[in-house]
Design a protein around this ligand. Structure first.
Ligand code: UD1
Ligand code: MG
Length: 509
């Protein structure tokens, strides 16, 4: 182990991530490590850390809902090629953290076995790279066999307590870790807890784990028992105490999940503010871990950016807008109350208020989409506008097109979806329906109220609506008739003879 201070992998370091537990205290049908924090499954925080540090390889122990956890891990691994290799190991029965680590023995076996192991709990997502590097440095400089991370908590309930040699002339060295359920009243009064992050000498780890016995309140093989074992064999155990209690947070309950979410979201916001993003009200601005934002972008209160969304520079996103897995260019303006998913918006476009982009939309440069417009699998060309009360689905729309208010692509016949193709510089009047499949040539004009059922040639005018009829004086005559009607007492229906007025009535219906 030579590089423990920088940002590089640590030569000879094997890393184990324990992620097989069910997480009973979460009271969930989903494995604990799959619960999301700032949009990312919890286990990926430990995986990232492991891959940054491992100079040898990483072993992740899965068990409860192994297939789902494996799938999440594999998807994450596929995205990063230059980090340490990751082996996914199954712990068929969750017999405890000591048993979990023991399952990884074969991964590291061989001539070039790791000189040391870093062991991480899969439920400690706030742990920082720099802290773990410091732990590795402390391990090397103290010559200890086991070096562990501890923290002093105001409320240590539920955590393993760190028991040190006490009394006059004693070293204060760690002698054992006692789990909450096994602790005596005196031990429960200890506020220094085990974070669940350990560096262990290569030669010691697996030999010690083999000897761990499940003699405790839970009947489990505790990894923490290797501390007591090392001490009894005359080895040194040293501890590094965290100064920030947040970092050591172990997520076992929904409350702790919410606490972790709070801390990570705050860190994400600070990172983007440091990178030049304005947040008018940071506390109500929700940015998930996988999002990137360009400088001089302004986020108004209650904006939510999710998934793999990228926002360019100099954009303005007004309140109550949610953007999920979208690519947004530079200088894009998004007014209030928009929902965008899996879509692309090029630079200088303006959207909103109340725009819904469903997956597969491409808004080209300088296009405008506004006021209650829904789009799906549609390209809107450069400078084109769809500003009012419109549905555009499965459509390709050229440049400089005006989509009139109330335009609808009728793309669905109840079974199949069909495409609408609109050329450049087309003018669609208001209340146009386009019965797909249909193609409209460049420069065509579609008169308001038209239902387009057939292709339209370039530069044509298309009108498909009932011709207007004006009847001079009709309205005045009708009014007079109605007034006269109101003045005449009603006659019983059975006595009424058919009259001119009666036939009029029928016509009105
Ligand atoms: C553990 C420590 C405790 C420490 C706390 C810090 C032990 C015995 N106790 O307790 O001293 O204060 O973490 O957060 O290690 N896991 C497996 N297989 C198993 C059991 C657990 O892979 O058979 C995994 C879990 O998925 C989890 C991690 O190990 O990611 C820790 O397990 P958990 O049950 O949360 O242990 P704690 O009770 O929190
Ligand atoms: Mg835990």
């Amino acid at each position: 182990m030579t590089d423990q201070t920088g940002t590089k992998a640590v030569p000879g370091l094997g890393v184990v991530v324990m992620a097989a537990g069910q997480g009973t205290r979460m009271r969930s049908n989903q494995a604990k490590v799959l619960h999301r924090i700032a949009g990312r499954p919890m286990v990926l925080y430990a995986l990232d850390l492991a891959r940054r540090l491992a100079g040898h390889s990483v072993a992740v122990v899965v068990g409860h809902q192994a297939e789902q956890v494996r799938a999440v891990l594999q998807a994450a691994i596929a995205g990063v090629a230059d980090a340490a290799p990751v082996h996914i190991v199954e712990q068929r029965q969750q017999l405890g953290t000591g048993h979990a680590v023991l399952q990884t023995r074969d991964v590291f076996a061989g001539k070039k076995a790791p000189s040391a192991y870093l062991i991480l709990n899969g439920d400690t997502p706030l742990l920082q790279d720099t802290t773990v590097r410091e732990l590795l440095r402390a391990h090397q400089s103290s010559g200890a066999t086991v070096t562990m991370l501890t923290v002093v908590l105001a409320d240590p309930t539920g955590y393993g307590r760190v028991v040190r040699r006490q009394g006059a002339g004693e070293s204060g060295d760690v002698i054992k870790i006692v789990e909450h359920r096994d602790a005596s009243p005196d031990e429960r009064a200890i506020h220094e807890i085990n974070v669940g992050t350990y560096v262990v000498d290569g030669a010691f780890l697996f030999a010690a784990l083999e000897k761990v016995q499940p003699h405790n309140a839970q009947g489990e093989y505790y990894l923490t028992d290797i501390v007591d074992m090392a001490v009894r064999q005359g080895h040194r155990v040293s501890a590094l105490q965290l100064t920030s209690p947040d970092e050591g947070l172990g997520v076992n309950t929904r409350r702790q999940l919410a606490d972790a979410e709070h801390v990570i979201r705050q860190a994400i916001r600070r990172r983007w503010m440091d990178a030049g993003v304005t947040m008018i009200d940071p506390a109500s601005t929700w940015i998930e871990a996988g999002v990137t934002i360009g400088k001089d972008t302004v986020l108004y209160p209650n904006v939510t950016l999710e998934g793999t969304t990228t926002i360019g520079e100099g954009c303005e996103l007004r309140s109550f807008t949610r953007v999920t897995n979208c690519a947004v260019g530079n200088q894009v303006t998004v007014l209030d109350h928009c929902v965008f998913a899996e879509s692309q918006i090029e630079s200088h476009a303006t959207l909103g208020p109340f725009v819904h982009l469903r997956p597969g939309v491409l808004i080209r440069q300088k296009a405008k989409v506004g006021n209650f417009v829904e789009m799906k699998k549609t390209e809107l060309g450069e400078g084109s506008k769809a500003n009012h009360l419109t549905y555009l689905g499965d459509a390709t729309i050229g440049k400089g097109v005006n989509i009139g208010a109330g335009t609808i692509t009728c793309n669905y016949d109840g079974v199949h979806k069909y495409k609408t193709i609109i050329g450049n510089n087309v003018f669609l009047g208001s209340d146009t329906q386009l019965i797909a499949p249909v193609t409209i040539g460049d420069g065509a004009v579609i008169a308001a109220g038209t239902t387009v059922t057939e292709d339209v040639p370039a530069d044509a005018l298309t009108i498909a609506r009932v011709s207007q009829v004006n009847r001079d004086g009709w309205a005045a005559r009708r009014r007079a008739l109605l007034v006269k009607d109101a003045a005449t007492p009603a006659k019983p229906v059975t006595q009424a003879a058919p009259s001119k007025r009666g036939s009029n009535k029928k016509k009105r219906r």
